[in-house]
Design a protein around this ligand. Structure first.
Ligand SMILES: N[C@@H](CCC(=O)N[C@@H](CS)C(=O)NCC(=O)O)C(=O)O
Length: 251
């Protein structure tokens, strides 16, 4: 059974991190047996180093080691970074649905770069401070310290409530850029691969991971989330609906 390393929250759904949901969705989609080992933020670097894995974010001196990671007892290999894990699982388990076929790997690298520069950078100021109370006491001090270093500001000053509306407009605009990519590629449907919802890509799972995290942080019943569901013709809600069969967080 594959071991899946994930970060716990103190929310009713313990699995909540955007990047680890990419891999949780994937394991569920592929139907591979796995179990979760929960890792607090301050323990991530030590875990990856114990497997002798290289930094997952070599260009980031502040946070060079990240989750998700897996350990596969079949091959006795530990693998980290969601796209690398996706490629590993596609190659190792070819009978399962492929999400990052070889001919799309360069595209996926470009997608990841572009998605960071648009959506992730727009989301961070509003969401990172609001994520803090969702974390366990073991992770909160580390999270506060690293994010305050990242922004060069106190958590409370990064995006105070008076700036939320402005930042939400920025986030909607950023998702609009991604909606534009999808319009060109897939007939307005959710997927990046081939235009068929049956062919989900790593990019689809990545967008969904970020959406889920946003939903967890602001609350599914909040007006903020309901607005997101209406954006861009309901496209983002549609993506989460398509992935609902793979929203298993019980393992
Ligand atoms: N490119 C990475 C991004 C992973 C990432 O940023 N993970 C965050 C959690 S969502 C993390 O582990 N951060 C470590 C830290 O803050 O120390 C992937 O998709 O695997």
């Amino acid at each position: 059974m594959i071991i899946f390393y994930d970060i716990p929250s103190n929310l009713p759904v313990k699995a909540w991190s955007p990047s680890t949901w990419k891999t949780r969705y994937l394991l569920n989609l592929k139907g591979l047996p796995y179990r979760t080992e929960w890792v607090e933020y301050p323990d991530i670097a030590g875990l990856l180093k114990s497997f002798a894995l290289p930094p997952t974010e070599p260009d980031d001196p502040l946070l060079p080691y990240t989750l998700p990671a897996i350990y596969d007892p079949k091959t006795k290999r530990a693998v980290a970074e969601s796209a690398v894990i996706a490629a590993y699982l596609d190659d190792e388990y070819p009978e399962t649905p492929a999400v990052i076929p070889k001919e799309t790997r360069a595209f996926h690298a470009a997608f990841q770069y572009a998605f960071r520069a648009t959506v992730q950078s727009a989301i961070a100021p509003l969401f990172l401070p609001r994520q803090l109370p969702c974390l366990t006491p073991a992770s909160q001090p580390y999270f506060r310290c690293t994010r305050e270093q990242m922004f060069g500001a106190k958590m409370e000053d990064i995006c105070p409530p008076s700036k939320w509306a402005m930042q939400w407009a920025e986030i909607e605009r950023a998702f609009g850029v991604v909606a534009g990519w999808l319009d060109g590629a897939s007939d307005g449907r959710v997927t990046f691969l081939g235009g068929a919802t049956s062919a989900l890509s790593h990019a689809d799972l990545s967008i969904a991971g970020w959406l889920l995290w946003m939903q967890f942080v602001v609350g599914k019943e909040s007006e903020e989330w309901k607005a997101v569901e209406r954006w861009h013709g309901g496209r983002w809600r549609n993506l989460l609906d398509v992935l609902e069969p793979y929203f298993d967080h019980s393992r």
